[in-house]
Design a protein around this ligand. Structure first.
Ligand code: ADP
Ligand code: MG
Length: 447
């Protein structure tokens, strides 16, 4: 019954919305007139209740003669919740690769995802170094940095950059054999070869590669035979001057249970890190993703998203897609209120209430300074303005008195606060840019 319902729903709901909201639903059971469904989180549950409950109930009831009601529960078992995602991603990667097959003969086994290119990668201070190193490697494999070791937190673009190297080399059409492997896939293939006594094949395959891209190497930590084999693969490639690129969520020294000899090899070449993106980079990424997905993203919403605590780009992108889905679903252009609604959980976490501390956090993040600098008395120009802005917003949005604000700004007396606020008020009249910034900050702090 659920499969039939899905087919019906698929006809009536746009593909994007269908895969965002309906696909994650799990069918659990059916009783007299109640259909029990399960979704991965509170967010999707709320969304379905608000937008799809009726549609789903009608679709189910249509099939039989009973008027069904649906009951949605949340499956917060992290095992089940987390697992399907990587699988799903892998599937789409395989699908993309199938398409690649017909495009290029050379990269039959390359596993390169065409979507992740240098063109679609936004470079900013947070990833400049890794980006430049990756470009250098792509332009001159095995002659610049070998191995190239890229490390950075989850969702910050490591996989994207590695595929970009692969795509760039493929584009140059120089008949190099490129292979992208997650370290899990490397391990699986190794185990399979061991099981079927095909180790020679396995070794030959890897040793004939010109550029080996290994993603998330931290996963081979603790796996002895995989490390052993990878060590030999590494040596064979390295000695025949082949390019090796490795990514990890940790610095080589910080990967636990990694054999010392592997660790030291990772340190032979260049180690480049990717940091969390700053606000401008986040905005540029949002713009790129919005364009790619045909989402009309107003500047104040982009500012709001970029100023949120989200630093994981994948997560940021997820919210953008949700906002886009909501907008198309309700046929309303994206606006700030809509975005705030969709990020409700995050904003509540971010500023439970409007306090001077939360304002300081937001202002400091925006100007890329430390909150402690807002409280200090340093007279640096780059600190004075944010400090005065934070004082001004604190006075405007909280009921704190001047002395209270003074205390929270490192024990300044109330005349300093009054002076700061007057100064900002005056500047706001003359300085359009400041006015826009302060307005946007206030809008993003207000619930
Ligand atoms: P990681 O492998 O570090 O966990 P990914 O490479 O999978 O992260 O990136 C997660 C998502 O964020 C991808 O969709 C990727 O395209 C996007 N992304 C990350 N950084 C950037 C960037 N600088 N420019 C454009 N997209 C980015
Ligand atoms: Mg990755």
């Amino acid at each position: 019954i659920w499969q039939t319902t899905l087919k019906k729903l698929e006809k009536n709901i746009s593909p994007q919305n269908f895969s965002t909201w309906i696909k994650p639903i799990n069918f659990i059971s059916i009783t007299d007139d109640q259909v029990n469904l399960e979704v991965p989180n509170k967010f999707i549950k709320g969304w379905i209740k608000d937008n799809y409950q009726k549609v789903i109930e009608e679709a189910i009831s249509d099939i039989g003669t009973v008027n069904y009601r649906i009951s949605i529960s949340i499956n917060d078992n992290p095992e089940i919740r987390e697992k399907p995602q990587p699988e799903k991603q892998e599937k789409t990667e395989i699908e993309t690769n199938k398409k690649n097959l017909s495009l290029k003969g050379n990269d039959q086994f390359s596993n390169i995802n065409k979507k992740y290119t240098f063109e679609s990668f936004v470079s900013g201070p947070s990833n400049q170094f890794a980006h430049a190193a990756a470009m250098a490697v792509a332009n001159n494999p095995a002659t610049t940095y070998n191995p190239l070791f890229i490390y950075g937190g989850v969702g910050l673009g490591k996989t994207h950059i590695v595929h970009a190297i692969g795509n760039e080399i493929l584009n140059k059409n120089n008949n190099l054999k490129i292979c992208y492997y997650s370290s899990e896939k490397f391990t699986n293939e190794l185990i399979n070869s061991l099981r079927h006594a095909k180790m020679d094949e396995f070794r030959n395959k890897f040793r004939s590669i010109d550029v080996l891209l290994i993603d998330d190497i931290q996963f081979i930590a603790g796996k002895k035979s995989t490390q052993e084999e990878f060590f030999h693969t590494f040596n064979a490639l390295y000695e025949s001057h082949k390019q090796i690129v490795v990514t990890s969520d940790k610095f080589p020294k910080e990967i636990p249970d990694l054999e010392e000899r592997l660790r030291s090899r990772f340190e032979w070449g260049l180690i480049a890190d990717i940091q969390a993106p700053d606000i401008e980079t986040k905005q540029a990424i949002l713009k790129m993703k919005a364009d790619q997905n045909n989402i009309e993203l107003p500047e104040d919403v982009s500012f709001f998203l970029a100023n949120s605590v989200i630093s994981n780009v994948r997560e940021l992108e997820g919210y953008l897609i949700r906002i886009g889905a909501f907008s198309s679903l309700t046929s309303t252009p994206i606006n700030l209120e809509m975005a705030k609604n969709i990020l409700k959980d995050i904003i509540i976490e971010q500023n439970k209430e409007i306090t001077v501390e939360n304002i300081q956090k937001t202002v400091a993040t925006h100007y890329q300074i430390k909150t402690s600098d807002l409280k200090s008395s340093k007279r640096l120009k780059t600190l004075v303005l944010p400090r005065q802005v934070a004082m001004y917003i604190s006075r405007k949005l909280t009921s704190s008195s001047y002395p209270e604000i003074g205390t929270k700004f490192g024990g300044k007396d109330h005349s300093t606060i009054i002076h700061a606020i007057k100064k900002i008020e005056k500047n706001l009249e003359e300085d359009l840019q400041l006015r826009t910034t302060v307005e946007k900050l206030i809008n993003s702090i207000k619930p």
